[in-house]
Design a binder for this molecule. Structure first.
Ligand SMILES: [Zn+2]
Ligand SMILES: [Zn+2]
Length: 377
């Protein structure tokens, strides 16, 4: 089962308006009347139904429960998509949004609006260092792009598509089916134009009339500083080309941040562990610590520092999204108790213990009195 947010191409934090916009767009793209795939359309509609209902959304967020069993659309399908084919796309848009969003076909002559090319997602892994500085990255994109021979028109003479004669540009054909109850008219996508309402007369041979060809390209994408896992950078118009001159989709560069050997990230804060000896913790010292930028900074460790204390280096963390004020580096102190003491060191520590009145030799006393001592400290 696909992730409902991914189906709608929205972040998990999407607002009601975001969802509505995303669904409106997906519904147009995938509606069978517009040449889309029926199952995808159902899946997208289902995703919107779940996520637009606050109770169902919260259940989905917490338990991954999308209200279906074995991956099928729920029985209470309010728009009747499940039963006998699909409502017209205008009906769907009407039902969800109260008004048709300009999809009504404008007469046979003009034909239906062409379906744009699909959006494309490319995942890019960044190091933490790259997140801090921002980086320009070359991204391989392997998608259909406008055919150069026919300038994307699909026609050998570059004339571009004209209204489909089979369906009169409507993109769908009426079929009359005889049933026991009489004649029933149904609409099906036109096969001659694949539901687009447009065809080319003399197809370009390089792209077989598609107006686009599979193309490998390398795009340089500027990735600003401060991004996080699953952030997406839109690159408009660099997705799949549409068929026969239809507008292209967008490219989305999705960010993955690799784990770092030293630093753990919490928002704009970078946390790391530093180790000091017992004497350094007690007397104080200055540590030289490398930042994520590879520069050394001096960090004072005050006398009397305890294990777990946090030393802060200002502005050595991750910058705000898009660059700007940086967060802090937080150093969590570990105190190492010395082992393998030689005779001289043992004598010094013993002297210290005696000076502080600390009991060291518990021989000759029972375990209970030793325990009592421990609690009295
Ligand atoms: Zn071509
Ligand atoms: Zn047609």
């Amino acid at each position: 089962m696909s992730d409902l947010y991914e189906l709608l191409d929205v972040p998990r934090s999407a607002s009601e308006d975001d969802l509505k916009r995303a669904y409106r767009r997906k519904a147009r793209e995938h509606h069978p009347d517009a040449g889309g795939d029926a199952d995808t359309f159902k899946a997208v509609t289902h995703a919107y139904q779940v996520l637009s209902d606050p109770q169902r959304r919260s259940r989905y967020d917490r338990f991954g429960d999308d209200g279906t069993s074995n991956g099928r659309a729920s029985a209470g399908d309010p728009f009747g998509f499940g039963a006998g084919g699909f409502g017209g796309i205008d009906d769907v848009i009407d039902a969800f949004f109260g008004q048709s969003a300009g999809f009504r076909s404008g007469g046979a002559g003009r034909g239906r609006r062409q379906q744009p090319g699909r959006d494309v997602l490319v995942v890019v892994e960044l190091t933490l260092e790259e997140v801090v500085t921002g980086v320009a990255r070359d991204v391989e994109v392997d998608v259909p792009r406008a055919c150069e021979t026919c300038a994307g028109s699909g026609a050998a003479d570059g004339s571009g598509p004209t209204g489909c004669t089979t369906c009169g540009g409507a993109g769908q054909v009426q079929r009359v089916v005889r049933t026991a109850f009489g004649q029933l008219a149904t609409a099906a996508p036109c096969e001659a134009c694949r539901g687009t309402g447009r065809t080319v007369g003399d197809p370009c041979t390089d792209c077989a009339g598609e107006g686009r060809r599979q193309t490998s390209r390398t795009l340089r994408v500027d990735i600003p500083a401060g991004l996080e896992d699953d952030d997406r950078i839109p690159v408009r118009g660099e997705g799949e080309a549409g068929r026969q001159g239809a507008p292209p989709g967008d490219l989305y560069v999705q960010i993955r941040v690799a784990e770092h050997e030293v630093f753990e990230r919490d928002g704009r804060t970078l946390a790391a562990e530093v180790t000091v000896s017992v004497s350094q913790a007690a007397l104080g010292t200055t540590l030289t610590v490398p930042t994520v930028d590879g520069e050394d900074v001096e960090v004072p460790v005050p006398a009397g520092t305890q294990p777990g204390d946090v030393l802060t280096v200002r502005r050595a963390g991750v910058p705000m999204r898009g660059g700007g004020r940086r967060g802090d580096m937080a150093l969590v102190v570990r105190v190492e108790v010395p082992t393998g003491l030689d005779g001289h060191q043992r004598a010094l520590l013993t002297e210290l213990a005696e000076a502080r009145g600390e009991e060291l030799d518990a021989r000759g006393r029972g375990p209970l009195s030793r325990l009592r001592d421990a609690f009295q400290r």
